[in-house]
Design a protein around this ligand. Structure first.
Ligand code: NAD
Length: 262
C-alpha cells in the first residue's frame, strides 16, 4: 500500500481527463495536491473542494498557462510558497492539432512544442532543486504511444511526445544516484475530452454515429478494442511514487491495449 501522506504533488493539466484522475488518486493516498488547467471556474472549484472533502487533504488550484516559461515556473514557485515543497511532479497538460506536415500551422507547432515539451523541461528545472533539498522526488511525464510510434497528421504532437521520452531519460540519468526518479507513461487511446474531439471529427467526416466512430478509432490502432482508463494511468503513477518503484528510472511505461506490440 503506497502511503503518500505529507507528500505534495503538482499535476499539470488536471482540470479534466487523465490529470484529474491522477490528482484524485494521489490525494486518495494522502498527498496534498496542486491542480492546474483551464475550464469553467465553478466546475474547477467544485472539483477542488471535492478532492479536499473526499480525501481529507489540501488541494490548491493554479490556472497558470503552461505554454510559457514564466507560467510554468510560476506554477512550481506558487506550489512551494503554498505547500512548502513539491515531492511529485506529473507533467500531463496537453492538446492536439491535426494537419498534414506541409500544412501544419507554425503557431500550432510552437504551442504544442511549448506546452508538451518545453513546459515539462521548465517545470523539471524549477522542481529539481526543491526535490534535492528534501532528498526525495518523483517526476512522471505523460508521453503517449506517439512518443514511440507515429501517426499521420500529428507532426507536432508526435515530435513533442518523442522528445519528452528523451527528456525523461536525461533527467533519470542525472538523478540516478538520488532518491529522485523520472519516468514516462505512454497511454494508447484514453476516452477523455482530447480524444472525444477526434471521435467527433471521425463521425462528421464519415457520416457515422458517435458509437461507430469510437469503435472505428479504437479498431484502427488498439488491438484490445478497449480504451485505457484514466484510473489505470493514475494507478501506475501511484505505483511509481511508491518505494518499490525506486529503481524504475528513465523508462517509458506503456499502457496501450497492445498498440505498439504490432
Ligand atoms: P484533456 O483535454 O482531458 O486534458 C488536458 C488538460 O490540459 C486540461 O486540464 C487542460 O485545461 C490542460 N491544458 C491545456 N492547455 C493548457 C495550457 N496552456 N496550460 C495549462 N493547462 C493546459 O486531455 P487528456 O486526454 O486527459 O490528456 C492529458 C495528457 O495525456 C496529454 O499530455 C495527452 O497528450 C496525453 N495522452 C492522452 C491520450 C488520450 O488518448 N486521451 C493518450 C496518450 C497521451
Amino acid at each position: 500500500m503506497t502511503d503518500l501522506k505529507g507528500r505534495v504533488a503538482v499535476i499539470t493539466g488536471s482540470t479534466s481527463g487523465i490529470g484529474l484522475a491522477v490528482a484524485q488518486a494521489l490525494a486518495a493516498k494522502g498527498a496534498n495536491v496542486v491542480i492546474n488547467g483551464f475550464g469553467d471556474a465553478a466546475a474547477i472549484e467544485s472539483e477542488r473542494s471535492k478532492i479536499e472533502k473526499d480525501y481529507g487533504v489540501k488541494c490548491w488550484y493554479n490556472g497558470a498557462d503552461l505554454s510559457t516559461e514564466d507560467g510554468t515556473k510560476s506554477l512550481i514557485k506558487d506550489a512551494v510558497a503554498k505547500a512548502g515543497k513539491v515531492d511529485i511532479l506529473v507533467n500531463n497538460a496537453g492538446i492536439q492539432h491535426t494537419a498534414p506536415v506541409e500544412q501544419f500551422p507554425s503557431d500550432k507547432w510552437n504551442l504544442i512544442i511549448s506546452l508538451m515539451l518545453s513546459s515539462p523541461f521548465w517545470a523539471i528545472q524549477e522542481v529539481l532543486p526543491v526535490m534535492r533539498k528534501n532528498g526525495w522526488g518523483r517526476i512522471v511525464n505523460i508521453s503517449s504511444v506517439h512518443g514511440l510510434v507515429a501517426s499521420m497528421q500529428k507532426a507536432a504532437y508526435v515530435a513533442a511526445k518523442h522528445g519528452l521520452i528523451g527528456l525523461t531519460k536525461v533527467t533519470a540519468l542525472e538523478t540516478a544516484r538520488e532518491k529522485i526518479t523520472c519516468n514516462a507513461i505512454c497511454p494508447g487511446w484514453v476516452h477523455t475530452p482530447l480524444v472525444q474531439k477526434q471521435i467527433d471529427a471521425i463521425a462528421a467526416r464519415d457520416g457515422i454515429s458517435g458509437d461507430e466512430a469510437k469503435t472505428k478509432l479504437l479498431t484502427e490502432k488498439q488491438p484490445s478494442g478497449e480504451f485505457t482508463k484514466p484510473e489505470d494511468i493514475a494507478a501506475m503513477i501511484v505505483f511509481l511514487c511508491s518505494e518499490n518503484a525506486a529503481q524504475m528510472r528513465g523508462s517509458a511505461w506503456v499502457q496501450d491495449g497492445g498498440w505498439t506490440a504490432q
